[in-house]
Design a protein around this ligand. Structure first.
Ligand SMILES: [Zn+2]
Length: 289
């Protein structure tokens, strides 16, 4: 699949401006994000520009046609009277609603609208150069109105541009049924430094035993909310620490020792799975670290 990404305007043509924003800057930012979001998928991306440079409309469509793109996606920001707001997209006005281009647009439109909270102005048709002169299915998106205060406030946030880009990327993946490139499996050692690579059959418990630590410590260190681990996961290990033991005195309980030694409640049972806390004997050694 060959995707041609076309950030609108650039160079001497700033496009629409308003609320301190310039269209050519936003369209390039969004297009670069789309490209980056798709980098793990099995497609080739070519862009009409990757910097702030002047590219004419015929240069854009000629380039895409010559390259043999499968899809032409043009990114724009709208402007009108300050009041109009929202998202809309365009395919060429000679195309029927059952055309390949319209079908792809339906998917793209749905995926973009899922991620942005722009007012949905709908699926439209027009006679713009880039969607007319490109020989492959093509769409032009207008992502909010730069001269509208609410839309501009959204466009000022990089996180919002991420959402716009993600919506476009999701649409491409879905419409063209793209798959992630398979990454070559590296012959990494099972444990390197302070990391354990999970293999089939591993549990947090078995890893904790192997490396002289506890399940709760592993969970805390790795930000795990539950005990689920999967082959290939990298589990951070605590710095090599030797086990520390404590000798039971009269009246000791796990809870009392944990309080005294400022150990998280439950740690002792984890560290001493074969010890019944109800039957602690004076002089017995238990592990506390
Ligand atoms: Zn534009």
């Amino acid at each position: 699949m060959k995707l041609y990404l076309d950030p609108g305007h650039g160079g001497t043509d700033p496009g629409a401006q308003g609320n301190g924003l310039v269209e050519k800057v936003l369209t390039l930012a969004i297009a670069l994000k789309i490209r980056d979001l798709l980098k793990d998928y099995n497609l080739d991306v070519r862009m009409s520009r990757t910097t702030d440079k002047t590219v004419t409309l015929p240069q854009r469509t000629d380039d895409a046609n010559k390259w043999g793109a499968d899809y032409f996606l043009s990114i724009h920001i709208n402007a009108f009277n300050g009041k109009a707001n929202g998202y809309e997209d365009f395919i060429h006005d000679k195309l029927s609603n059952t055309s390949e281009t319209a079908k792809i647009r339906n998917v793209m439109h749905a995926e973009i609208i899922k991620l942005v909270d722009f007012n949905n102005r709908g699926k439209k048709k027009a006679n713009f150069h880039v969607i007319r002169e490109s020989k492959m299915p093509a769409m032009l998106t207008e992502n909010g109105f730069i001269d509208n205060k609410e839309d501009a406030a959204k466009l000022k946030q990089d996180s919002y541009l991420n959402k716009i880009a993600q919506g476009h990327a999701n649409g491409i993946v879905k419409a063209f049924n793209l798959k992630k490139k398979s990454t070559p499996v590296k012959d990494t050692p099972k444990s390197s430094g302070n990391v354990h690579t999970v293999v089939k059959g591993d549990t947090l418990w078995s890893i904790s035993q192997k490396y002289n630590t506890t399940v709760s410590k592993l969970k805390q260190l790795n930000g795990l909310k539950d005990d689920l681990i999967h082959p290939g996961d990298k589990i951070k290990l605590p710095g090599a620490s030797k086990p520390v033991y404590y000798t039971i005195e009269k009246g000791d309980t796990f809870w009392g020792i944990e309080k005294k030694k400022k150990i998280k409640h439950g740690t002792l049972q984890e560290l001493n799975p074969n010890v019944n806390p109800k039957w602690l004997k004076i002089g017995q050694k238990i592990r506390i670290k």
